[in-house]
Design a protein around this ligand. Structure first.
Ligand code: ZN
Length: 238
């Protein structure tokens, strides 16, 4: 396991509102504080995430967009794009991949963060599909001129993403010390009132327990952090 330098530009491909905060919120806040420009691309509107029988998908999507906006403001994210797919409706299509490629070519991230699509255990299909599409978009689609040439015709250039960091991985090999930003992560999570308890003590327990577990995993490799987030790194040759 190793640490990673703060990049200049980072882009997140996020399946549902709140997945970015729970997977990488501390890292995003830390990097943003250190001057990194951050783009959030949230793929779905999370319009099925309710157990309230009186809730409608339309109303929930509106609520969750507002919660996501608030959370990104807490973390210091520079730009938020919501692609607006229905919750559970992501498919590995050329159109979806093209949207991610377009954002890569426009924003030109050094590091892209997404959810690990490969897990032995089961994960939500939006998590798998967003993660796999983010990887495919990074390599080789965003790099090659003959993929989505309409972007080039519109004035964008190809872009090579150097590194992808995957959160939710069963084989993490990168650790980020979030001891100074775990509180911001907690407050960003708290913005998702429709999803999590509004009890700040419980949110704090949830955020800190996971960050402590990650730090314990890194401690096995000699890193002494109080709170951490961990990722699986994929490097693409420059
Ligand atoms: Zn999710």
């Amino acid at each position: 396991m190793e640490t990673i330098e703060t990049p200049e530009r980072a882009m997140l491909v996020i399946p549902h509102p709140d997945d970015g905060e729970s997977g990488a919120g501390g890292t995003v806040a830390k990097w943003a504080r250190e001057g990194c420009k951050v783009l959030y691309v949230v793929c779905t509107n999370g319009d099925k995430g309710s157990s309230d029988p009186d809730m409608t998908s339309e109303r929930l999507a509106t609520i969750r967009a507002a919660e996501q906006k608030k959370a990104t403001e807490v973390l210091g994210v520079d730009e938020l794009i919501m692609l607006g797919y229905g919750d559970g409706e992501l498919e590995d299509t050329s159109a979806f991949r093209g949207q991610i490629v377009e954002q890569i070519r426009r924003f030109r991230p050094d590091v892209l963060l997404a959810m690990d699509p490969r897990r032995m255990s089961h994960s939500h299909r939006d998590h798998r599909i967003s993660g796999q599409t983010a990887l495919d978009a990074s390599f080789p689609f965003a790099r090659d001129v003959l993929h989505f040439p309409e972007h080039l015709a519109a004035g964008l250039e190809t872009h090579k993403v150097g590194t992808v960091l995957l959160w939710g991985s069963e084989a993490p090999d990168v650790v980020v010390d979030i001891s100074d930003t775990v509180d911001l992560k907690m407050h960003a999570l708290a913005a998702h009132e429709s999803q999590l308890s509004t009890d700040m003590t419980r949110i704090e327990q949830f955020a800190k327990r996971r960050a402590t577990d990650a730090a314990a995993e890194a401690a096995d490799h000699g890193f002494k952090f109080e709170f951490a987030e961990i990722f699986r790194r994929i490097n693409f040759r420059r």
